[in-house]
Write a protein that binds this ligand. Structure first.
Ligand code: SF4
Ligand code: SF4
Length: 281
């Protein structure tokens, strides 16, 4: 089963929920936690541990300038504007290249061959028994987040329980993480901003056909607008986490609620059971 923990906006507590779920369940079964927030991965802060790192490579063209006659075929065929051919010069912008290989196919001079370029890496660790943490990391100045996310998810595939900490927002990286998931837990906060972004994110999950539920974080009992929205959209509220000083201090010090506050273990186990109901398992 692949369970995604997502949110329409950053800072709602999605990593907190994903990390605590993974931690509490890992005492009973093998869990793989995948940090898909590849531009700012931070789940590892809850699980400091030695990491093994593998690069994420994409194909990029390498040009043999002595063969090039500046015909412009490669530039014309590149959908991403990664190649510009001038009268006597060819300019290549690696960060815009998606590695499709089309330019190599259309070059009449055989001046292009494909080489590898690292755009990120995947870090693996086993911070506690029963838990594998897979962290996708996009390198600075790179833009192809979905490629790194896909690779991180590939490493996790085949495991019985995979929990994904999704990137915030509703763009391509979120779609890459959500697509094919068995269920999604949206973490929101009871504010106008939380409701606005939950509305957008829930729409993405609906379009992708992923059954979803909602966790209301930092609740002070004033959750009516979120609950009304959930009722209207038939999204079950799976649990609420109170706005609480002890919780804030525990999280801010990088500790897990389920390690420090025994009452939370039951709450997160119950959250998992309710998420399983979403999937029909
Ligand atoms: S590999 Fe594809 S995306 Fe990259 S430069 Fe060639 S045509 Fe453009
Ligand atoms: S298609 Fe080949 S020959 Fe034509 S400009 Fe590109 S690299 Fe040069």
């Amino acid at each position: 089963m692949r369970l995604v923990v997502a949110s329409g906006k950053g800072g709602t507590g999605k990593t907190l929920v994903a990390a605590n779920l993974a931690a509490v369940l890992s005492s009973e079964m093998e869990v793989v936690l995948v940090d898909c927030d590849v531009e700012e991965p931070n789940a590892h802060l809850f699980f400091p541990s030695e990491e093994k790192v593998l690069p994420v490579l994409i194909d990029v063209p390498a040009f043999e300038s002595s063969r090039c006659n500046h015909c412009g075929n490669c530039s014309d065929s590149c959908q991403y504007g990664a190649i510009v051919v001038l009268r006597e010069q060819l300019l290549f912008f690696p960060a815009m290249c998606h590695g499709c290989g089309g330019c190599e196919l259309v070059c009449p001079q055989g001046a292009i061959s494909m080489a590898k370029r690292p755009i990120g890496h995947i870090a693996f660790s086993t911070p506690r028994q029963g838990l594998v943490l897979i962290t996708g990391v996009l390198h600075e100045r790179e833009v192809m987040s979905p490629r790194v996310i896909r690779e991180a998810l590939n490493y996790a595939s085949g495991h019985a329980l995979v929990i994904c900490d999704a990137p915030p927002g509703t763009a391509c990286p979120v779609v890459e993480t959500l697509e094919g998931a068995d269920a999604c837990i949206f973490v929101t906060e009871p504010t106008r901003f939380g409701l606005h972004d939950l509305t957008l994110a829930a729409g993405v999950a609906e379009l992708l056909g992923v059954p979803s539920g909602v966790v209301i974080n930092r609740s002070m009992g004033d959750d009516d607008s979120i609950r009304d929205f959930c009722r209207a959209r038939k999204l079950p509220v799976l649990t609420t986490i109170p706005f609480d000083r002890d919780i804030a201090e525990t999280v801010n010090s990088g500790q897990l609620l389920t390690d420090r506050m025994p009452i939370m273990r039951g709450q997160f186990r119950e959250l998992f059971s309710r998420a399983c109901v979403l999937t029909g398992v």
